[in-house]
Design a protein around this ligand. Structure first.
Ligand code: UD1
Ligand code: MG
Length: 456
């Protein structure tokens, strides 16, 4: 099969009114990636090298988005929505390029997996002209029914055109089919709109192919594969299924998830074996975690790289550009943004490190803040290897703390500190013997006098 060429035609011209959104339906995300991009990924994983997107509603926004996740895809505008066969024909120019297989897919069916697509393509390799992906939904209402005879698919009947007998069929059309490229246009051009909805149905090519003596078959996929998204409740359902699949995949790859249902992955999260993820952790896009890391509870991580054996959280926030080298520690209520935490460095409590480098084995005390922004520009803080920053210090960037530099707690550091120097950036302490007691007595008698005056 691998030598057969394949074009995926993805239908995404629909309005998606039930999403109640200003954004085209298929751009709503699952695991941080537009649902139509999930469809593209599945098509590519099943061997599609050509991609044709049929768009209509929100065409400009769609083109812009497609440019990002599928720069090689060609977009075709379907001006009027006259049915699924009509939509496929909007991509006539791409289809006529002579691909062996045409995979017709829906942009709003994001959980389709590559194996289901490959199984349908396999049928074409074995000689079928059309292979339709079927599934058995809990309730078949609303779906096209697959009518089979002796292992061959003879028709797909849309709900509105079904007889009472046909309505009882539980095997339904997922909407995805593989069509042999050499027959595709000939079959599609024969579709008419003489049906209950007055639409050009893609599903009619099954009967048309049969009448021409071509072989048509159905393959079967799970219900999840065929889940179509029409509203935000279904979007959340798809998200839940996607997350469940990804958690399982992570666990089988050697990642411990203590409470898997509370950990959220992004479409591109990379996470190594022997990493332990505690409950309630969120991975946004662009996260790479090597092996043996510990991600403690309630951490929020996006755009960050975490090397092996790091310790993160609980309640840590790693923002884009956070780069933790081996054995680095970022503890509770710490935020790291666009900063490198070198090997073995510790940022353990209540700290903000932004636009900075923390040298290897440096220790950043509780409540340290890199003051990186003056309201207009961002500035860099460089902290040398083995430096010690005392608690509650502010490092006003741009500033450098040399190797082994030592910052007294409570300092506001505005000038760079040389290697191995000690810097105080705070007023000297003054201690007055007996003054505490004196103040206490003075305040107590003043309070008593006020109380007496109020009573009189
Ligand atoms: C379709 C199938 C049905 C199947 C069901 C699975 C047909 C005729 N029917 O029905 O057998 O069980 O999907 O969900 O194919 N679209 C366009 N342009 C159009 C019409 C549709 O781009 O002119 C796109 C839609 O945006 C959508 C997809 O094609 O992504 C399917 O269209 P939809 O109207 O949802 O078809 P169903 O009635 O659900
Ligand atoms: Mg539909």
């Amino acid at each position: 099969m691998s030598q057969r060429t394949c074009l995926s035609v993805i239908l995404a011209a629909g309005e998606g009114t039930r999403m109640k959104s200003a954004m085209p339906k298929v751009l709503h995300a699952i695991a941080g990636l537009p649902m139509v991009a999930h469809v593209v990924k599945a098509a590519e994983a099943a061997g599609a090298t050509g991609l044709a997107l049929v768009i209509g509603h929100g065409a400009d926004e769609m083109r812009k988005a497609v440019q990002k996740f599928a720069p090689k895809a060609e977009s075709f505008v379907q001006e009027k929505r006259l049915g699924t066969a009509h939509a496929v024909l909007a991509a006539r120019e791409a289809i006529s390029k002579g691909y062996d297989d045409i995979l017709v897919m829906f942009g709003d069916t994001p959980l389709i997996d590559a194996q289901a697509l490959a199984a349908a393509r396999q049928k074409l390799a074995e000689g079928a002209a059309v292979a339709v992906i079927g599934f058995r939904p809990p309730s078949p209402t609303g779906y096209g029914r697959l009518i089979e005879k002796a292992g061959h698919l003879i028709a797909i009947r849309e709900e509105k055109d079904c007889s009472e007998q046909e309505k009882k069929i539980g095997f339904c059309n997922a909407g995805i089919m593989a069509v042999a490229g050499k027959h595709a246009l000939k079959l599609l051009d024969k579709v008419d709109n003489k049906n209950a909805k007055g639409e050009f149905y893609l599903t009619d090519i099954v009967e048309i192919a049969g009448a021409e003596g071509l072989d048509v078959v159905a393959t079967e996929a799970s219900f999840e594969n065929a889940l179509g998204i029409n509203n935000r409740a279904e979007l959340a359902e798809a998200e839940a299924i996607w997350q469940a699949r990804r958690r399982r995949e992570a666990m089988l790859a050697g990642v411990t998830l203590i409470a898997p249902e509370t950990v959220y992955f992004s479409h591109d999260t990379e996470i190594g074996a022997d990493t332990i993820v505690e409950p309630n952790v969120w991975f946004g896009p662009g996260v790479k975690i090597a092996s043996g890391a510990k991600i403690h509870a309630f951490s929020h991580i996006e755009g960050a790289t975490v090397a092996s054996n790091c310790d993160v959280g609980p309640f840590a926030r790693l923002r884009p550009g956070a780069d933790l080298k081996q054995k680095a520690k970022v503890g509770n209520f710490c935020e790291v943004k666009q900063a490198t935490i070198e090997e073995g460095a510790k940022v353990n409590h209540l700290t903000y490190i932004g636009d900075a480098r923390v040298g290897a084995a440096a220790n950043i005390g509780a409540g340290t803040v890199t003051c990186n922004y003056d309201g207009y520009s961002k500035f860099f803080t460089d902290i040398g290897e083995g430096a010690f920053v005392g608690s509650n210090s502010s490092l006003v960037a741009p500033v450098t703390i040399g190797k082994g530099g030592y910052i007294a707690s409570g300092s506001v550091i505005t000038e760079s500190v040389p290697d191995d120097a000690l810097a105080f950036g705070r007023a000297r302490q003054k201690t007055i013997p007996g003054k505490g007691k004196e103040l206490r007595e003075r305040f107590a008698s003043a309070a008593a006098a006020r109380k007496k005056a109020a009573a009189e």
